[in-house]
Ligand binder design. Structure first.
Ligand code: KG4
Ligand code: ZN
Length: 343
């Protein structure tokens, strides 16, 4: 089995996976409640919480997974990108275990974790990875589409400013919803109607026709419209719900637009097309987005693979699974270090 450790942001997570990607245990100690009063993640609090929860979670993972240390033959740990103090807790913890047990470490890029997460199943072994797939990573820190061939990812676009999850969070905070804002906007929008006349959000286009994302314009526009229409938790509940539904729809519309642009560019290239489009990251938990992108897949005759909701937000099962994809990266604990940014 492989032990996975994730501490890059505000969830401490430990998982045990079998070599076929079957998840024995995936434990998550969420710190959301600790950061909520501040409306965002406070790095110092995150590090302290990881320190408190990591080893108790490791012990529980072994007992819940009915496993012994002798069953574990490697440790996958998130080495970056993320909050440096938070990453250090996981990496130093993994190094200690690795020295103590005499087993190697596999340092994992957090984004690789998200890329492979849609293939984890609720039950049984992981799904087979296609030789080529597109990966759409949409989270609090990232919005990018990757071309993944034989496990190796090439970035096709990125956001030029804010990430999509960050946009959900900032606008939600402005109108008085709690952190993290994505699920709160989703909850509100279920009672709302899309009203583009009242809340006009364009899909931004670049002069150079680049498929990059840009969310700062929608963020600024949302804040302006919210002010103009008095949108907030203390205002008219129906207006709040309609605003949330229209704002959410605008964020999704841009994703679908850029995915379509990239898809037609790939078609023009004339090579064998990606076999699947896999969506990952916290925002992939959004039900409206899941529906829209599934429809997009049906219209473009390609399978859309969505992660189980438990594997959308940060978790150690996806880190362990990414570790399984690269046995050649198993290394000595001395050679592993935490990095807040990874080029
Ligand atoms: O992947 P993740 O847990 O952490 C990062 O690596 O960033 O993603 C967290 C982000 C937050 O911005 C949160 O608001 C967003 O995912 N999110 C959602 C939903 N659930 C989480 N956004 C929209 N709808 C949701 N249901
Ligand atoms: Zn993440």
């Amino acid at each position: 089995m492989i032990l996975g450790i994730e501490t890059s942001c505000d969830e401490t997570s430990v998982a045990l996976l079998e070599s076929d990607g079957r998840v024995r245990v995936n434990l998550i100690a969420s710190q959301i409640a600790r950061h909520q009063p501040f409306g965002g993640v406070v790095p110092e609090i995150a590090s302290r919480e990881h320190l408190q929860h990591l080893f108790p979670l490791v012990s529980r993972a072994l007992s819940d997974g009915a496993a012994q240390w002798s069953d574990v033959d490697s440790i996958a740990v998130t080495a970056g990108p993320g909050l440096i103090g938070a990453l250090l807790v996981g990496v130093a913890g993994a190094q200690g275990l690795s020295y103590g047990l005499g087993i190697p470490i596999v340092p994992v890029n957090h984004l690789e974790g998200h890329i492979f997460s849609p293939f984890l199943q609720n039950e049984g072994p992981a799904a087979k990875l296609p030789a080529r797939f597109l990966s759409l990573i949409i989270s609090g820190g990232h919005s990018s589409i990757y071309d993944v061939r034989r496990g190796s990812a090439t970035m096709l676009n990125r956001t030029r400013d804010d990430a999509i999850g960050e946009t959900f969070d900032k606008v939600a905070k402005f109108i008085g919803l709690s952190y993290p804002g994505g699920p709160e906007i989703e909850k509100q929008s279920r009672r709302g109607r899309i009203d583009r006349a009242r809340f006009p959000f364009p899909v931004p286009q670049f002069n150079d026709r680049s498929p990059d994302f840009s969310y700062s314009g929608i963020k600024a526009g949302a804040i302006r419209l919210a002010r103009q229409h008095g949108i907030g938790v203390d205002g008219d509940p129906q207006s709040l719900a309609d605003f949330a539904a229209t704002f959410q729809e605008a964020l999704i519309a841009q994703l679908i637009d850029r995915l379509s642009v990239i898809w037609s560019q790939l078609l023009t290239a004339g090579e064998a097309m990606p076999e699947e489009v896999a969506v990952a990251g916290g925002v992939a938990a959004n039900s409206a987005l899941r529906e829209r992108i599934t429809e997009w897949g049906a219209a473009h005759d390609v399978r859309v693979r969505l992660p189980e909701k438990r594997y959308c937000t940060d978790n150690a099962a996806m880190i362990a699974f990414a570790g399984l994809q690269k046995p050649e990266s198993r290394t000595d604990p001395k050679r592993v270090s935490a990095r807040s940014r990874i080029a």
